[in-house]
Ligand binder design. Structure first.
Ligand code: ASP
Length: 313
């Protein structure tokens, strides 16, 4: 798909119902998604790289406390924020990811630095933070990450052993937002994917979900597609969701939409895994597939109007 470009983003999937949303909040989410699309689109329309567009869109959502990534990340059982992120380049299958890190303002920038400036794919915990400091990435104190609504989510379930998917029903029926991700194809036909999250509320023991696992939460390959996932990470890891979509295209010749339906609406549903994904194939076709009530999502293609959606349509 040379000389055209597309960008798709998500801000989490889960129990997101119109009946439980205020007009004001809905507007704020749509605004947040729109700003993220504009940031990535600006890069693509000026002939920039898919990787840079993915990173730029995700940074905007990480800086927005409405989304569970960067500022706005959910709390662990111990009252900390431990974030995960990953990015992948479709032209050469390079990838970078960070897991269980605290204090890094923009975890997607750390994933990018790991991909570009280290020999490794996945760094975790204090080592990942040390690498971020060496790369002069912006750091923040814990107060920066404190968002009261997120802390209240933890207090609701802290005394239980449950972990809570950020955007699904809490015991008191409150609805939440989630993980962020972006996929893009640039004018040279290169694909890229990235994902960033605070994970699940009340997580402990260093729990890590699918987001920083290449092939589970994120995958990009110019021969097939770019995918970014959101949902109950344990299921997405076991179903190897992002790579499975790519494999169904590569080995079984399924179309992007067929592959996404197979994995999200059949395989994950059979396993009991709630969530969804966004994807673009090497021709610029897109998919935004989820088996939950809703998914914050947006799309901008060259020469077309920007679109943002929240609920099932
Ligand atoms: N997939 C993320 C995780 O399990 C959570 C999410 O998408 O909201 O950590």
């Amino acid at each position: 798909m040379k000389n055209s470009y597309s960008l798709v983003i998500h801000g989490g999937a889960g129990t997101i119902l119109k009946s439980s949303m205020t007009a004001q909040l809905e507007k704020a989410y749509k605004q947040g998604l729109t700003e993220a699309l504009i940031a990535g689109n600006q890069i693509l329309e000026n002939g920039g790289d898919a990787l840079d567009a993915v990173e730029a869109s995700i940074v905007v959502m990480e800086d927005n406390p409405l989304f569970n990534a960067g500022k706005g990340s959910v709390f662990t059982h111990d009252g900390n924020n431990e974030m995960d992120s990953s990015i992948m380049s479709g032209i050469d299958l390079r990838a970078g990811a960070a897991a269980g890190m605290s204090g890094v303002k923009n975890p997607i920038k750390l994933a990018r630095a790991i991909m570009d400036k280290s020999e490794h794919v996945l760094l975790c915990g204090s080592g990942a933070v040390e690498f971020a400091r060496l790369q002069n990435l912006d750091m923040e104190v814990s107060d920066y990450f404190f968002v009261k609504q997120r802390y209240d989510q933890l207090l609701e379930i802290r005394d239980t052993t449950a972990t809570q998917l950020d955007h699904s029903s809490a015991p008191h029926g409150k609805k939440k937002t989630g993980t962020v991700g972006a996929v893009a194809i640039d004018v040279r036909g290169n694909l890229a994917a990235g994902t960033s999250t605070g994970g699940m509320t009340n997580k402990r023991f260093g729990r890590v979900g699918d987001t920083p696992i290449i092939g589970a939460g994120t995958y990009a390959n110019n021969r097939t597609c770019a995918v970014s996932c959101t949902g109950h990470g344990e299921y997405f890891i076991r179903a190897v969701v992002a790579y499975d979509v790519s494999c169904l295209m590569e080995y079984k010749n399924l179309s992007l939409q067929e592959a996404c339906d197979e994995v999200v609406n059949k395989k994950l549903v059979r396993m009991g895994g709630e969530g969804g994904l966004i994807a673009l194939d090497y021709l610029g076709n897109h998919a935004m597939t989820f088996n939950s009530e809703g998914m914050y999502r947006g799309l901008k293609k060259a020469g077309e109007e920007l679109q943002v959606e929240i609920y099932r349509v």
